[in-house]
Write a protein that binds this ligand. Sequence first.
Ligand SMILES: [Fe+2]
Length: 160
Amino acid sequence: MSRNQAFGSAIHDREGLVRAIREQYVLHWDGIHGWDHWMRVLENGQRIASENGADLRVIELFALLHDSCRHNDGLDPHHGPRAADFALGLNGNFFTLEDKAAELLHLGIRDHTAGYVHEEPTICACWDADRLELPRVGIQTHPDYLGTDLAKRMLKERKL
Ligand SMILES: [Fe+2]
């Protein structure tokens, strides 16, 4: 585990944050890209972080925000960039991340559907956490698109 791993939460007004997300969220809260999915991404991400040392503050915010600006539940290629900018605008209001972590959150959200694997552990954990959830929308997760060993093992476990 990384010596620099950031634990805990950067959120200081969770109720306000969830309200701000909900006020602009246009899809069903209980839909395939909604709350339950975000909570499973959080759980996956926390598990991956325990092994690869990812920043847990960024994982939590990624889980809550990465799909928050979708306009539909299908192909919506710009939902990542929209949500990344939305997230940055919330920094300092409902949560506080320093510049380096805010950059990770922005990149992680912006490119989470861009289809590549990143080497940075926090970005990797965020994307793997989300990609492990692909079978719920009928897409098999391919191990080549997972960047962490633990996510690859989790994928195998789920296929048993
Ligand atoms: Fe997602």
